[in-house]
Design a protein around this ligand. Structure first.
Ligand SMILES: Nc1nc2c(ncn2[C@@H]2O[C@H](COP(=O)(O)OP(=O)(O)OP(=O)(O)O)[C@@H](O)[C@H]2O)c(=O)[nH]1
Length: 385
């Protein structure tokens, strides 16, 4: 079964692409998607003006960084469905900086219960002691409700700060945050730290890592990429979600920022050019591929994997002499990816059927005094469509 069949079964048009290249809903898809309630949640928290809304707008709504200067302060929780036109599907909840956990209206069970990752944004240009106190309180509260949450700290607005100061700032924040948590008896919690700015690609890279942790198939995807690069003479390969430019997997070689930026820029060039020469709706389709030769004997090679994903590789020009081998390996890779997701789709259907059966049984069962309640809420925190 090809991915086209799979997409068609799910009700997608294979050769279409979001009209506005944003995350607007597809009219014909919206009701067939996973309900918002069962989608994994990524929470954006932090002090006021730390940059939460800017991050969300720049990464998922293509807002230019300069425009974020005019964003108004968030006064209530803003829920954003990252949906339909992307392979990765989740909800982002942007919290107002002044949110108060002691407030009785703050339903922490509901908020942290279905949460996959909590991104806490700290303004590196500000005095961060207050932010660290809030961070500690947030983690304690969230961990109590849901110990499976991934805690991600974005040390944000690091543009214009020297490399030495960035490292020093990260070290200091890391130290203080872990000390605070061990004082609270929570040294088992793993925290991840990222230096970010909306003025470069660091915010996309950091979000890629957050999203990857919510993909259960990640080790398989990484393994497939490793096999592909070793057998094709490729230096580095990224599997991109084209709309957001988040990479959902890469091979095991270290990621350097320059390579990631080059690959992101390549996606922009391909989409912009094909939007000029094709109709906007087919700017990225199953024929999409591109080759860019750089002046340092390096080649960037892009191939479409499915409606939402592209493989972008960096390789030396000499190794591209065997393009036939690379293309053949790519087809095997694409087939393997489609099988991975076909399997996932089947498992999901089975799970849904089992859940429905259980519900039926429960409804039909005679009521006894000591009956236990069945919780049918989905605990699947996986992020893939
Ligand atoms: N220099 C710099 N400024 C940033 C960055 N990210 C956001 N800002 C600026 O920070 C200010 C506050 O950004 P917001 O996104 O409104 O902050 P927020 O955390 O959502 O604020 P509240 O809604 O009040 O909680 C804006 O003027 C942004 O332009 C960054 O990476 N670097």
């Amino acid at each position: 079964m090809s991915y086209q069949d799979e997409e068609e079964q799910m009700g997608y048009h294979v050769d279409s692409f979001p009209k506005d290249f944003g995350y607007g809903a597809f009219e014909h898809e919206s009701d067939s998607q996973t309900s918002s309630e069962t989608k994994p949640r990524i929470l954006l928290m932090g002090l006021r003006r730390s940059g939460k809304s800017s991050i969300q707008k720049v990464v998922f709504h293509k807002m230019s960084p300069n425009e974020t200067l005019f964003l108004e302060s968030t006064s209530k929780i803003v829920k954003d469905d990252i949906n339909n036109s992307s392979f990765v599907q989740f909800q982002i909840w942007d919290f107002p900086g002044q949110i108060d956990f002691i407030d009785p209206n703050f339903d922490s069970d509901m908020i942290f219960g279905g949460c996959g990752a909590l991104v806490f944004v700290i303004d590196a240009k500000d005095d961060y002691n207050e932010a660290l106190t809030k961070f500690k309180n947030t983690v304690i509260k969230a961990y109590k409700v849901n110990p499976r949450i991934k805690f991600e700290v974005f040390i944000h607005k690091v543009d214009g700060i020297s490399d030495d100061s960035k490292i020093e700032c990260q070290r200091d924040i890391h130290q203080k945050a872990t000390d605070d948590l061990s004082d609270a008896g929570l040294n088992q919690i793993h925290l991840s730290f990222h230096l970010t700015s909306i003025y470069d690609h660091s915010i996309f890279e950091a979000f890629s890592k957050v999203v990857q942790k919510l993909i259960p198939q990640l080790p398989t995807l990484e393994n497939l990429l490793n096999i592909l690069i070793t057998n094709s003479g490729i230096e580095k390969a990224f599997l991109f979600d084209v709309v957001s430019k988040i990479y959902i997997a890469t091979d095991c070689t270290p990621v350097d920022m320059q390579s990631y930026e080059l690959c992101c820029d390549m996606i922009d060039v391909v989409i912009d050019l094909s939007s000029i020469y094709s109709s906007e709706e087919t700017a990225f389709d199953n024929q999409s591929s591109s080759l860019i030769k750089l002046n340092n004997s390096t080649i960037l090679y892009l191939r479409e994997v499915n409606k939402f994903l592209a493989l972008v590789c960096i390789l030396r020009e000499d190794n591209f002499n065997h393009q036939g081998v690379i293309d053949y390996n790519f087809l095997c890779f694409r087939e393997a990816i489609s099988q991975v997701f076909e399997l996932r789709l089947k498992n999901r259907k089975l799970e849904t059927l089992e859940e429905q059966d259980e519900e039926e049984e429960y409804k039909n069962a005679p009521i006894t005094n000591g009956g236990t309640s069945v919780n049918t809420e989905s605990t699947d925190n996986s992020i893939l469509a």
